[in-house]
Ligand binder design. Structure first.
Ligand code: 8YV
Length: 318
């Protein structure tokens, strides 16, 4: 008999076809915004859940989940939305979708760096108004080519950002909990602390996972370590930046411009950000390409399939 799986959001056609072939699925065709309680309720008769980064499954939800649920396959590389320790305690396996979104997310990091540093938001507004006059000092930005780029979090995505940035002639600096092997560093300069990384980050790209340690890592004190007029971008998770401190730095010019794809409490955005022109913002598009989303779907389904076949899923995170 097919295993029963709750799918919390609508899937791309290709993913839906495959998931329907393999499992007895409860789909969310109308894309209802399921609350945590809805997920608990709807998964009562299910063996597994295929959910998304926007679905919060915290310890109290895990506690209430039916004992029938044995796996939660997250359609995302980040899994901060799920309490993986509580899940492990209850014997529930949690999986994510690494690797397949590395390139797409690195591309977005570069878009953020360029969009912020070259004032794309203000540029778009002037272009729409069709009334700008060309002047030598009109909308002058910062040029990232041949400058220093600091990468906070040199995992797969951080390294893919570094690879692209080398094409701009950038000197790569990074901070990780541990120094990478030389073949992964490819000449990037390691800093064992934030102060030293930030001191060297004329441009800063945030690509680390959201953990207790990275919450508010970019705060009033650490922002002050940056060179004056730095450009900062975040394609990871909103809670890595202390928004109040960042807004202050953007107003003072300490931070020349900020590029964001992720936000604290998204889709809500701190309203003070929206008053600023030196912000280039996107609505969490890191993995949003057809190819990547199909691959993410397949990766999540592979994890479910392996698990129900009695194998350890490739992407188990707990
Ligand atoms: C997703 C992401 O769009 O994979 C991640 O961690 O942030 C994005 O790729 C989102 O989480 C949907 O599940």
């Amino acid at each position: 008999m097919k295993k029963k799986v709750l799918v919390t959001k609508n899937l791309l056609k290709e993913t839906e076809e495959r998931v329907k072939k393999l499992f007895d699925v409860k789909l969310n065709k109308e894309e209802k915004p399921y609350t945590t309680e809805d997920i608990v309720e709807l998964s009562k008769d299910c063996d597994g859940i295929l959910c998304f980064g926007t679905n919060k499954i915290d310890a109290s939800a895990i506690d209430k989940l039916s004992n029938k649920v044995k796996i939660i396959a997250n359609y995302a590389v980040g899994f901060g939305n799920i309490d993986i320790d509580a899940a492990a305690k209850k014997g529930i396996v949690v999986t994510n979708t690494p690797e397949v979104l590395t390139e797409a997310t690195a591309d977005i990091s570069i878009l953020l760096l360029l969009g912020a540093s070259r004032r794309a938001y203000e540029g778009r507004k002037f272009a729409e108004e069709q009334s700008w006059s060309w002047k030598t000092d009109f909308l002058l930005g910062k040029q990232m080519s041949n400058r220093k780029l600091g990468i906070l979090g040199m995992g797969r995505i951080g390294r893919a950002v570094a690879k692209r940035a080398r094409g701009f002639g950038m000197e790569i600096h990074y901070h990780n909990r541990t120094k990478l092997a030389a073949h992964l560093e490819e000449g990037a300069i390691y800093h064992d602390n934030i102060k030293s990384l930030f001191n060297n980050s004329e441009f800063l790209s945030i690509n680390c996972p959201a953990t207790k340690e990275t919450t508010n890592l970019v705060n009033e004190q650490s922002i002050n370590y940056l060179p004056d007029g730095a450009v900062v971008t975040n394609a990871a998770r909103g809670d890595i930046i202390d928004d109040t401190a960042m807004i202050k730095a953007m107003k003072s010019g300490k931070v020349f411009a900020l590029g964001l794809d992720v936000y604290n409490g998204e889709p809500k955005i701190n309203p003070e950000y929206l008053k600023l022109n030196n912000l280039f913002l996107l609505p969490h598009l890191g993995s949003a390409t057809i190819r990547t989303r199909i691959d993410m779907g397949n990766r999540a389904i592979d994890n479910l399939e392996n698990f129900f076949q009695g194998k350890k899923p490739k992407d188990q995170v707990n």
